[in-house]
Design a protein around this ligand. Structure first.
Ligand code: NAD
Length: 485
């Protein structure tokens, strides 16, 4: 029997009032995973009203009480980890090993870290001398109210809780619109919230699509105080327009076209290993993934052949097979987009070093969304595969001769999310990192994330920073009180 996924409003699982359901298909073999209730405008209105009502009760709790409940939410995710892993893998097709080591534990960690952090953040105060005596100024942090969270499909629970964790820790209520491709784990979280004692209405989930559906209804809703969004840059532009009329605040984590710079003085083994992970992890569907690789000319040939060797050893397969190192793309639509770029790369004259087509993983999976891990050389910045985000398991590699040239190439992009630099000369590592126009630069590593650090993109990769105390800037209002003593 195929499962049905409902909206979660005011602490209850509820059917969509318009009676519309959509199919969620498996990326592994095209089979039906679930039928999902699409939220109507009335359902989104209901969720926003429930959030408004629940927020008052939630904000009235002592921060330590909220923290205790959020720790229970994290413990609840851990306790149901197997169920979360199975649901995430059914929706995305990613390997169990990845979901159980990254997605689900980070989902729990996102509640713990912000629960603890919020309780310990001071605000400023100033004593101001005046002609009639001193005035005391102090700042108060108050929750913003109702936050709309619109999230993508690539790391569903991880990226959604990255926003829901701090929003709730700060005393806000949330209405979440998960991606239509990955409705399961966000919905499952409703159960965990109830069991942890989160007051009804503080956490709500509405399902559906973007334009003309739940995504647009939520982002246009005047009862929502702010929208936090992770997804494509052009979707961010649409949401920004939707929020403009009411001047509602936005926080955006958007697309990227991330470079890696590999200097000849790197530890080559580490650089190959790190770059292979940064290109192929999660089938390349990571916002921080590397799609452009610049390699110093003296090691170019060796780097290309060794990275291709790593690509060929990837084991494409089903999520439950422990030997699987790469799953399929998320959907047929995304597979056509990625294959379109594979075709375009060849038309533009790139050399295919490996891959370049649909991956054959056997007859049973013919209707899945499989593509081959792919590497190109023979490219320059006039090629669209060097400028546009593909969001698949692929990269293009170009040689460079000088440090200045590598920096200029890395910065020649509309995006500015992340960069990796590989060098054993740490002075060079620091010097180059300071000159890359992006939100996050790694030296001799990739995807190492301390959740206390600022996270976000420059240029078309985002607006604002979240992470650690920086999340408070978005999820709270800072008010000044001035008292003449
Ligand atoms: P997407 O923009 O297509 O969809 C994201 C969410 O927005 C979904 O829930 C979708 O239903 C909703 N949506 C779509 N159109 C909308 C509209 N007009 N109004 C309101 N909501 C709308 O993104 P995706 O395909 O799910 O995710 C992949 C993209 O996300 C890539 O570009 C990737 O780089 C980016 N991403 C960025 C980060 C980051 O931290 N910067 C992290 C992960 C993914």
């Amino acid at each position: 029997m195929v499962k049905t996924i409902k909206n979660f409003i005011g602490g209850e699982y509820v059917a969509g009032t318009a009676g519309r359901l959509f199919d969620k298909l498996s990326p592994v073999d095209g089979s039906l995973v679930a039928r999902v209730h699409e939220a109507s405008q009335a359902d989104v209105d209901h969720a926003v009203a429930a959030a408004r009502a629940g927020q008052a009760e939630w904000a009235a709790l002592m921060p330590a009480q909220r923290a205790q409940i959020l720790h229970k939410v994290a413990d609840g995710i851990d306790a149901q980890a197997e169920e979360f892993v199975a649901a995430e893998c059914a929706d995305t097709g990613k390997p169990y090993t990845l979901a159980s080591h990254l997605d689900i534990p980070r989902g729990a960690a996102n509640f713990r870290i912000f629960a603890d952090l919020v309780a310990n953040v001071p605000t400023e105060s100033f004593v101001m001398p005046t002609a009639t005596g001193d005035a005391l100024n102090y700042a108060l942090r108050v929750p913003k109210g109702v936050i709309g969270v619109i999230s993508p499909w690539n790391l569903p629970l991880l990226l959604m809780t990255w926003k829901v964790g701090p929003a709730m820790a700060c005393g806000n209520a949330v209405v979440v619109k998960p991606s239509e491709e990955t409705p399961a784990t966000t919905t499952l979280l409703g159960e965990v919230m109830n069991a942890a004692g989160v007051p009804k209405g503080v956490f709500n989930v509405v399902h559906g699509f973007g334009p003309g559906s739940a995504g647009e209804f939520l982002s246009r809703h005047s009862g929502v105080d702010a929208i936090t969004f992770t997804g494509e840059t052009r979707t961010g532009a649409a949401i920004m327009k939707a929020c403009a009329d009411d001047i509602r605040d936005v926080s955006f984590e958007l697309g990227g076209k991330n470079p890696a710079i590999v200097f000849a003085d790197c530890d080559l083994e580490k650089a190959i290993d790190g770059t292979a992970r940064s290109v192929f992890s999660n089938c390349g569907q990571v916002c921080l993934a590397t799609e452009r690789v610049y390699v110093e000319r003296s090691i170019f040939e060796e780097f290309v052949s060794r990275l291709a060797e790593r690509a060929r050893t990837l084991r494409l397969g089903i999520p439950s097979d422990p030997a699987t190192t790469m799953g399929p793309l998320i959907s047929k639509e995304h597979q056509s987009k990625v294959l379109g770029y594979y075709k375009l790369a060849v038309e533009e004259g790139a050399t295919v070093v490996c891959g370049g087509g649909v991956a054959d993983v056997g007859e049973a999976y013919r209707d899945g969304c499989w593509v081959e891990p792919t590497i190109w050389t023979g490219v320059d910045h006039s090629h669209r595969i060097m400028r546009e985000e593909v969001f698949g398991p692929c990269c293009a590699i170009m040689p460079f001769d000088t440090e200045g040239e590598a920096i200029a190439l890395a910065n020649d992009t509309d995006y500015g999310l992340a960069c990796s630099i590989w060098t054993e000369n740490l002075s060079r590592g620091h010097r180059v990192a300071a000159q890359i126009n992006c939100g996050l630069t790694w030296v001799n590593c990739w995807f190492l994330r301390d959740l206390r650090t600022p996270f976000g993109g420059s240029k078309q990769s985002g607006i604002g920073r979240e992470g650690g105390v920086h999340s408070l800037e978005f999820y709270t209002e800072l008010r000044n009180v001035c008292v003449l003593l």
